[in-house]
Design a protein around this ligand. Structure first.
Ligand code: NDP
Length: 400
């Protein structure tokens, strides 16, 4: 008997909701709460009668802590799954502290007015969560999320020390639009237009956006251009995995996406600095989000596969060792199963699994943790069961 409060009703939330309803032995009750209640009600209408999970819905502004507290006091959830936007993370954590509710998210906190991606704000809650006896799991999507679990699994089973990690995120899907983003456009464009960075010998090395390019031949997708990006999990993995000398993150982009992004940047459309327009203050990036296709609408159009995983180099019993573990996910199969494309699917499934880990006691420990700090084995087993099976390769082609 577990009650989950799911905050947000967008692309990722849709997958979390479907997956919780498939797993009604663990998720006996869910409450879908978001800014726009009609979106929550739509999920309820679609799923009620097809699942044993009891579904309720609510309107909530997740930037308003007293509103969140009132909802939690009324619904009494065992866990709160935050799949709203990164801007809401701290407010939701504050409410969880007040109501003693476990917490899980898929993206680290970002202040809305600065593109600053780091865990410091959320790690500052550690002691308070410990004292309250509640668990916070940070970043339980795919990347961050499954990539961190892959690292913990490699460390536990295959290496004495891991010296190099390359995280490769390939989206071989085609939605047919000249330019669209696969998840929230504002969050996505903030991420890809920021400076790149990686960790070398314990220090951040900064690059210009998209400065470092490599080509990689991905299983079931083929050869793709990929670019080095800053990504939040590098910060926690460099601390939590033993022996790291260098850790990098690469994401694939097609030429059309990059050309459009460059033009939009050149004319100031990706800026997060407010400007005055006809007497009203607007943020150009938020305006751009309003005119781009809604990522949730890409499901029926997107064809092809994603391939996301990690390549490790390190030592076992004094010998050099390499290991690659990845998942391949088909956009159309996801759409048939839950009505979403693979980017939302690969994020929503691990969010459900992470919540299940906490609810079943496997990942229940008071404090604030990144996923790689827990036992990876039950999570890895659940990935195979719940739609994200993984493949291992002990002789992979390396990136450099
Ligand atoms: P969407 O924009 O599709 O959905 C966000 C939802 O949050 C919307 O329903 C929105 O409401 C709701 N929301 C926004 N602000 C508030 C608020 N103040 N109060 C209540 N609800 C609010 O985003 P996605 O589903 O694409 O992304 C969800 C999260 O997943 C993001 O944090 C994103 O960064 C993360 N993500 C993580 C990945 C990973 O692998 N780790 C990959 C992809 C995404 P409304 O419907 O009214 O707009």
């Amino acid at each position: 008997m577990s009650r989950a409060l799911i905050i947000g009703a967008g692309g990722v939330a849709g997958v979390v909701i479907h997956k919780c309803c498939q797993n009604s032995e663990v998720f006996t009750d869910i409450c879908i709460a978001s800014r726009t209640k009609a979106k929550c009600d739509k999920f309820k209408e679609e799923l009620q009668g097809k699942t044993k999970t009891n579904i309720t819905t609510a309107q909530v502004n997740a930037d308003n802590v007293p509103e969140l507290v009132a909802l939690m006091k009324e619904y009494k959830p065992d866990i709160c799954i935050n799949v709203a936007l990164p801007y809401q993370d701290l407010h939701i954590m504050d409410a969880c502290l007040e109501c003693k509710v476990d917490y899980l998210d898929t993206a680290n906190y970002e202040p809305e007015d600065t593109a600053k991606f780091e865990y410091s704000w959320q790690w500052a809650y550690r002691e308070r969560f410990e004292k309250a006896g509640i668990t916070a799991v940070l970043g339980s999507g795919f990347d961050p999320g499954v990539t961190g679990v892959f690292c913990a699994y490699a460390q536990k089973h295959y290496f004495d020390e891991i010296n190099y990690i390359d995280i490769l995120d390939c989206n071989g899907g085609d939605h047919g639009y000249p330019f669209a983003t696969n998840f929230n456009p504002e969050i996505n464009i903030r991420e890809v237009s920021a400076k790149g960075s990686y960790i070398q010998d314990g220090k951040w090395v900064e690059t210009e956006p998209m400065e470092i390019k490599r080509v990689y031949n991905f299983d079931q997708v083929g050869e793709k251009d990929m670019y080095l990006l800053h990504h939040e999990e590098l910060e926690s993995l460099a601390l939590n995995i033993k022996g790291i000398k260098r850790i990098r993150f690469f994401m694939t982009f097609g030429q059309s996406y990059l050309t459009h992004l460059k033009c939009l940047e050149n004319v100031g459309m990706t800026s997060i600095e407010p400007i005055m327009y006809e007497g009203k203050e607007i943020v150009p990036l938020q305006f751009l989000k309003a005119v781009l296709p809604d990522p949730a609408s890409l499901g029926p159009r997107t064809k092809g596969k994603t391939n996301i995983g990690c390549i490790f180099q390190g030592k076992k019993d004094g010998k050099d060792k390499t290991y690659y573990v990845y998942n391949v996910c088909d956009h159309q199969e996801c759409y048939k199963e839950v009505g979403s494309q693979a980017i939302s699917y690969t994020t929503g499934v691990p969010a459900m699994i992470g919540a299940m880990m906490v609810l079943t006691g496997k990942w229940k420990k008071p404090g604030v943790y990144n996923v790689e700090e827990f036992d990876p084995d039950p999570f890895m087993e659940a990935l195979n069961k719940w739609g994200l099976p993984w493949t291992e390769n002990f002789n992979p082609v390396l990136v450099d």
